[in-house]
Design a binder for this molecule. Sequence first.
Ligand SMILES: [Zn+2]
Length: 228
Amino acid sequence: MSKKVSPVDDGIALLSVHDVTPHYEDEVVQMCDHLDTLDISSYTLLVSPFYAMKRSNSFEKNELFAQYLTSLGLEISMHGYSHHTKSGKGAEFFRMPPEQVASRMKLGVSLMKKDFGIPPVGFVPPMWKAPQSITKVANEMGLTYCVLGDTFYDIKNNSSHSTTFHLVSQGQESFSQSDAFLELELGGPVQIGIHPLDSTLSSVLELIADMKDRLGYTFVGYNDYLTR
Ligand SMILES: [Zn+2]
């Protein structure tokens, strides 16, 4: 698959809220309110359906939150199964054997079908890291797209798009990379992942406002970009 590679258009910021889980319910709600205030209406909700493998974080136990997320009318995609590795690191699929990745993907998709009534649209692994074989699994599961690092696989159209960099705010990859900021000034296509805990951090929201108002970026969710 993915014979044709083309860059995502300049001036596009593929925006997602990472780690959407009942564990961060209040912060997710706050973040969605902030984005609404900034007049940003297209972004992806990246759900980890069984965050940290805790029953209390399941959507089955938090139906109202699932209903709230659905009511937003945004794209809901999958972001790992538990998000963490057994040892508690944040990149669940990194260095995991492909068979185990496939079985977790299947578990996650069926859980999300149950929780939200529809399967996830696409897939972005925790920290954007997973074995290449995950694109095949995503295809088999009928997902529309899959993202690995700076490559955005358009599964349905058998093509892929590239971004100049990806940033997640509260992850291990820092939000303050000077190269990244230079790239932003140039208007190159980027992926911006914001963490629910950023809802209390004005710097991240200021960066988004600056990208939008001064640098002229258009924020868009992954699937909305593919279906424009
Ligand atoms: Zn994450």
